[in-house]
Design a protein around this ligand. Structure first.
Ligand SMILES: Cc1cc2nc3c(=O)[nH]c(=O)nc-3n(C[C@H](O)[C@H](O)[C@H](O)COP(=O)(O)O)c2cc1C
Length: 381
């Protein structure tokens, strides 16, 4: 079973991930992971932290001579900023209690975490609730992607809106990924990209923040991943849960999502017909590649809505939990818009869920064994 955990604080010494159930025989290097980490760090609208960090993974276990060996893969990403935070984030007791944070930001985990754990310093919440954790998940996603690539399964993401700037242009094939990677906001439509950049600049000037919508598309999936036989085996629900676990994601849709509710069945379902060589084909993919929680052989398409970043340069009203007086929320170095970055994290979490479902269906201890299982399944189709 492909599974993982992450640990680490935003301004602590670093982030770690242990990935278990990685089959033997995947070629992987720190460089492969770093490509994904760099993509996560990019995108117009990120804050000053990104100028300090240039995330680099160190693989500490599970890989020998560039190949996975079936043992757990252990990954470390050091926080370069830690050197500036040792007075506040020392792991060892210093005897000097750092000044506590007592002004929770509306929209962040600050207040909920403060109440849950009974802390007197909201810093304890901020540090782990921070989306910095998604760097570790992006690294895990890079491992999943490396495995999926062996089987020609590939992922792409595209930003569909930032604030009120929208585009109808969606991903059609993996060629589109090249154009998207060249956009400052990971958007396939050049005109919309420019308008999105302007919207972010304006929000920044106003001390405000922006959210948006992005899509993730997975190409090359065989039919039969996931299952309708139990609620927790449905791949649609597992993908939705994974994407919703990205901080600030407030809506997830599969295929045409909410839009299908307004239409008639004849306008929604993907009809089947035969090609000249008697293969079954679909003329549309409104279901987003999933029927009954199972892949149907069409590309899987997941869309996600991200709320605006909670830390505002022009802070919102809050209450100081120490003095119980009205106050302004914590102002910390922050992103203005992180939708392009969240889209890259989206690719990672979708890759992880797809890799899990793929291994459930074709699983083996080594890539060779999985190849055999997959080809015998394909022969029987
Ligand atoms: C890639 C990424 C970057 C983010 N950057 C920030 C940030 O700089 N400042 C901030 O306040 N929130 C940021 N967020 C959002 C918060 O992490 C998130 O709102 C918070 O953890 C509370 O979780 P919730 O919004 O899901 O309730 C970011 C989210 C993502 C996915």
């Amino acid at each position: 079973m492909f599974r993982f955990l992450t640990a680490g604080e935003s301004h602590g010494p670093g982030l770690t991930a242990i990935v278990d159930g990685v089959p033997a025989g995947i070629s992987i290097s720190a460089k492969d992971i770093n490509v994904e980490l760099k993509r996560r760090q990019g995108g117009f609208g990120r804050g000053g932290r990104m100028d300090i960090e240039s995330d680099a993974a160190e693989i500490l276990g599970g890989v020998r001579e560039g190949m996975t060996i079936g043992s757990p893969v252990s990954i470390l990403i050091r926080n370069k900023d830690y050197k500036n935070w040792q007075d506040r984030m020392s792991v060892e007791a210093t005897g000097k209690k750092p000044e506590p944070i007592t002004t929770p930001r509306p929209g962040h985990a600050d207040m909920a975490g403060y109440l849950k754990y009974g802390f007197d310093d909201i810093r304890n919440v901020i540090e782990r609730a921070s989306a910095r954790e998604t760097a570790a998940r992006t690294a895990v996603g890079a491992v999943a992607k490396k495995m999926l690539t062996i089987f020609d399964i590939r992922l792409a993401s595209n930003v569909l809106s930032i604030g009120d700037v929208k585009t109808e242009s969606v991903i059609n094939d993996m060629e589109d990924a090249k154009i998207i990677n060249g956009s400052q906001v990971r958007c396939i439509n050049e005109k919309a990209s420019k308008r999105m950049v302007e919207a972010i600049k304006k929000a920044k000037e106003e001390g405000d923040t922006l959210g948006g919508v992005f899509e993730i598309v997975v190409f090359g999936l065989p039919p039969g991943l996931g299952s309708y036989t139990q609620w927790d085996m449905r791949l649609d629900s597992r993908l939705a849960g994974a994407v919703m676990s990205i901080p600030a994601i407030k809506g997830v849709a599969i295929g045409d999502g909410f839009a299908v509710s307004e239409k008639k069945g004849s306008q929604v379902h993907d009809e089947m017909s035969l090609t000249r060589d008697k293969r079954i084909k679909r003329t549309t993919n409104r279901a987003g590649g999933l029927e009954g929680g199972v892949t149907n052989g069409e590309p899987v398409r997941v869309t996600a809505a991200m709320k605006p970043i909670p830390t505002l340069k022009k802070p919102l009203h809050t209450v100081d939990v120490k003095s119980t007086k009205e106050a302004l929320a914590l102002k910390e170095r922050s992103d203005v818009c992180a939708v392009p970055s969240a889209a890259v994290v989206g690719e990672a979490v979708v890759a992880i869920e797809v890799a899990k479902a793929f291994l459930e269906k074709f699983g083996g201890d080594s890539i060779k064994e999985i190849e055999r299982n997959l080809s015998s399944y394909k022969e029987g189709m």
